[in-house]
Structure formats: structure tokens, C-alpha cells
Write a protein that binds this ligand. Sequence first.
Ligand code: ADP
Length: 202
Amino acid sequence: MFRLVYNLSITLKKMMNMSTEKFHVGKAVIRLVQGDITEQDIDAIVNAANSSLMGGGGVDGAIHRKGGPKILEECKRIRATEWPNGLPTGKAVITSGGNLKARYVIHTVGPIWRGGNHGEPELLAEAYRNSLKLATSKGLKTVAFPSISTGAYSYPVEKASRIAIATVKEFLETEDKLDMVVFVLFTRHDFEVYRNAAKEIL
Ligand code: ADP
């Protein structure tokens, strides 16, 4: 009995927290959800990595923890071959999803916020664009993004959300290979900010 009540309360809580919103761009869908990106059952999730590709805190740490050592092994190989000095800001690379439900992880590096006059908007747009390009070049159909740069890298989420939504919209308008792009927002506040940006831009 206790277990039943306990499970019911968890389900209810989940239902209450389950915010989701859907927008259409051409044939594709942009979906906003509040949740944990490591739980997404999708072709690829995007990691807000740092240029070392050796893991870190925030969403990066969560992805490596849940995805297991295979992802780090592949990142090390990329560092040893393609990017010996680290992955530059705005670029993207792909590894398998390890133990995650997602088949692939696309690692990109967003800009660190330094006041907004150091190319941050263009670099953030590049991170989204290059991740999407990589996904389509691999024939993937569905991609999930976290809110790149708005955690440890301090990019103001109101500004970042507009760039994220506008860049994805532009990409989907110029090419029709993707079916769905999901923004997975970790907090209720971020979800609301992204929803407002999406309502304005989409
Ligand atoms: P950055 O260094 O690019 O700022 P962070 O990982 O510090 O990257 O933060 C980026 C965003 O990811 C933040 O909004 C943070 O709340 C969010 N985040 C952290 N863990 C997760 C997760 N498991 N799923 C989705 N988003 C997450």
C-alpha cells in the first residue's frame, strides 16, 4: 500500500512537472520540454562540452556519468587525432551514445559570456548550426539540445534562448532533412524563458 501511494505521488509529481510545447517549422517540429537530456530517447543529444572534451560539470558531467566510459574513450581519440589542441568554440564533433538511450552524442563548445561584445552571439549560433550540420551529415533525424552556455559559461538565458531558437529555425527552413529538434530545459525557469522566445520567434 505504501509503495502504491509512493509510486502514485511520484507519477503525479512527474505529470505536474511535465511541461512541453510544440512548434512547426516547415515539415519539422521544434519541441520544448522541461527535463533531463540524458533521459532522451532520440538519435542524438548535444553536449555543452568544454574544449578539452574530457568531461566537466553540469550537463557534460551528467552525460559522461550516465553514458559510461565509451564516450570518453572516443573523445580521447578525437583529441589525439582531429583536435590535438582541443575543440574550438563553436565547432562540433560526434561520438556514440555509450549506455545512453540516445544513439549519438554531439559535443559542441559554446562561448563563455564576457559581456556580449566578444563574438558571443555568433559563436553560440555556430555551436547550434555546426551540431545540426553534423547530425544531418550522419543522416540523423532527431536531435536534442540543452541550453548551451547558460550554466557555468554564464550566457544570459534570455539572450541565449533567442539565438538558440532563431538559429534552429533558420536551419530547418534552409534544409529539410531533420524531423525534430528538442530543447531540453533543466529548470522550470529556463523552460519558461525558452517558451517565451519560441512564441515570439516561431
Ligand atoms: P555551459 O558550460 O555551456 O554553460 P552547463 O552544463 O554548465 O554548460 O549548463 C548548460 C545548461 O545545461 C544549464 O542550463 C544547466 O542547467 C543545464 N543542465 C545541467 N544538467 C542538465 C541535464 N541533465 N539535462 C539538461 N540540461 C542540463
